[in-house]
Write a protein that binds this ligand. Structure first.
Ligand SMILES: [Zn+2]
Length: 465
């Protein structure tokens, strides 16, 4: 959208005069720039509100003298009168009048202007939904309310923030459900087979879960549970890897380079999540995987922690994928063993150094033997021996490094942190099941760089009156 800058300059000139007049009577030494800025912002908000009313009422002239319009049901709607409506915009409450049609046999009336711009009386506009939703995915709703007020200069209720955030999450859920359905459908799958789009050379997937506290729905549930209800939010991240160029390496990455030769970072991250059982989540994993080409990638690599349900899903849906246990989880097991089995730092280090090196070189059998030797005196060592045996082929780190694979699942840990710790678990957050899922989905869309497509989808939605 381009506008005439000359005309804007004219308005700016006028506005400056208005502010000068307003402060003329006051003690000039007392006037600070902050007060001038605030006065300007307030007046700009009012100008915006009035301009939006003018704009809508001018646009409504399209229906001036139009006595009948088509009803979506196929019948006819007759012009009734100019009817007032109120919407919530980025400039606050906006009251406008537009042509209203009714009298169809279906009993539904409508204002064609509202349809044209995707607005509905009493509802939030797409522009405001963007900002309110951004607050909702980032902050506890109550905190967001205060925060938004200082940006918007008017108050949005906590409920509106919650409702708009959940609405964006619901749109993401619809998209998720639609792709799950499509990827279960035989004809869709065949169409996909014929589609010769280029397969990604190398694609990564990481899966993890984090606990979210869900409030009991009623007193009965509260009594039955007797405690808080913790549920797993399962998350998958799809991404590609790229080598971090020298000049962009952080100090931490430079240290990594000394050990590994290169550092790889994730790009094009897409997060999807749900609170559901593993088999249902598997369908989302499969569908979202197909959407990024995981089913046809030349090399597909999963880097995850050792959880059994995760590897079961990977085996079932992507049986050809390379499976890697996150290096840091594996190394942590050894550190745990050392702490339990030895008393002094010197002893611990003496045991750890060679065994970590064995693990780094992918000599997992030697790691298992080292743990077994301690298993009589250390319970953790016994468990670790089992863990390394079960995941042996997923820990050939030297091979993986030689192939240039990422061996750390930092991407998904960061996803859990971003979605769960930094939003679902912030002070003041309280969730029912739907609220938690929808807010998490909206936040995941934001983290995946898909916010705009959510808003586009929202502005295409017919908003019910
Ligand atoms: Zn009708």
């Amino acid at each position: 959208m381009k506008y005439n800058i000359e005309k804007i300059n004219g308005i700016a000139e006028k506005l400056a005069e208005i502010i000068e007049e307003a402060i003329a009577g006051e003690d000039q030494t007392e006037i600070k720039i902050g007060a001038v800025e605030m006065a300007l912002r307030e007046s700009l908000r009012e100008i915006g509100e009035k301009a939006l009313v003018r704009f809508l009422e001018n646009a409504d002239k399209e229906w001036e003298g139009v006595s009948k319009i088509e009803c979506p049901c196929g019948g006819k709607l007759k012009y009734q009168r100019q009817r007032a409506a109120t919407i919530w915009s980025v400039f606050g409450k906006v009251k406008y009048e537009r042509a209203y049609y009714a009298g169809c046999r279906c009993g539904k009336g409508q204002a064609p202007l509202d349809n044209k711009y995707g607005i509905a009386p009493g509802k939030v506009t797409a522009g405001l939904a963007d900002l309110v939703g951004m607050s909702g995915i980032d902050k506890a709703f109550k905190e967001g309310q205060k925060w938004l007020k200082s940006f918007l200069l008017f108050e949005v209720s906590e409920n509106t923030i919650r409702a708009e955030t959940e609405m964006l999450g619901a749109i993401q859920k619809q998209m998720d459900d639609a792709s799950v359905k499509a990827m279960q459908d035989e004809t869709e799958l065949q169409k996909r087979e014929r589609d010769q789009r280029q397969a990604p050379e190398r694609l990564y997937g990481s899966i993890d879960a984090a606990k979210v506290r869900i409030e009991p729905r009623d007193e009965l549930e509260k009594a039955l549970e007797g405690r808080e209800n913790w549920r797993d939010l399962k998350i998958v991240c799809w991404y590609q890897g790229e080598i971090v160029p020298n000049r962009e390496q952080s100090t931490r990455q430079k240290r990594k380079v000394q050990r590994s030769g290169t550092v790889i970072r994730a790009k094009g991250k897409e997060y999807y999540c749900d609170i559901s059982e593993a088999d249902k989540f598997g369908k989302l994993l499969w569908a979202t995987g197909c959407s990024v080409g995981a089913d046809r990638a030349k090399v597909l690599v999963f880097v995850c922690d050792g959880a059994v349900w995760i590897w079961n899903l990977v085996d079932y849906y992507f049986s050809n994928a390379v499976q890697i246990v996150d290096w840091y989880h594996a190394e942590d097991h050894l550190k745990g063993v050392a702490t339990e089995a030895f008393q002094t730092t010197e002893e611990r280090q003496a045991w750890l150094k060679p065994v970590v090196e064995d693990l780094w070189q992918g000599r997992v059998e030697r790691v298992i033997t080292a743990c077994q030797k301690l298993s009589l005196s250390s319970d953790l060592a016994r468990k670790a021996a089992l863990y390394f045996s079960n995941n042996c082929e997923r820990m050939r780190y030297a091979d993986f490094r030689a192939k240039g694979f990422l061996i750390g699942s930092g991407v998904i840990e960061s996803g859990c942190k971003q979605i769960v710790s930094r939003r679902l678990k912030v002070p003041g957050a309280q969730w029912n099941l739907d609220g938690a899922v929808l807010t998490a989905k909206a936040r995941a869309a934001w983290l995946s760089g898909k916010w705009k497509s959510l808003l586009d989808a929202r502005s295409r939605l017919p908003l019910a009156i």
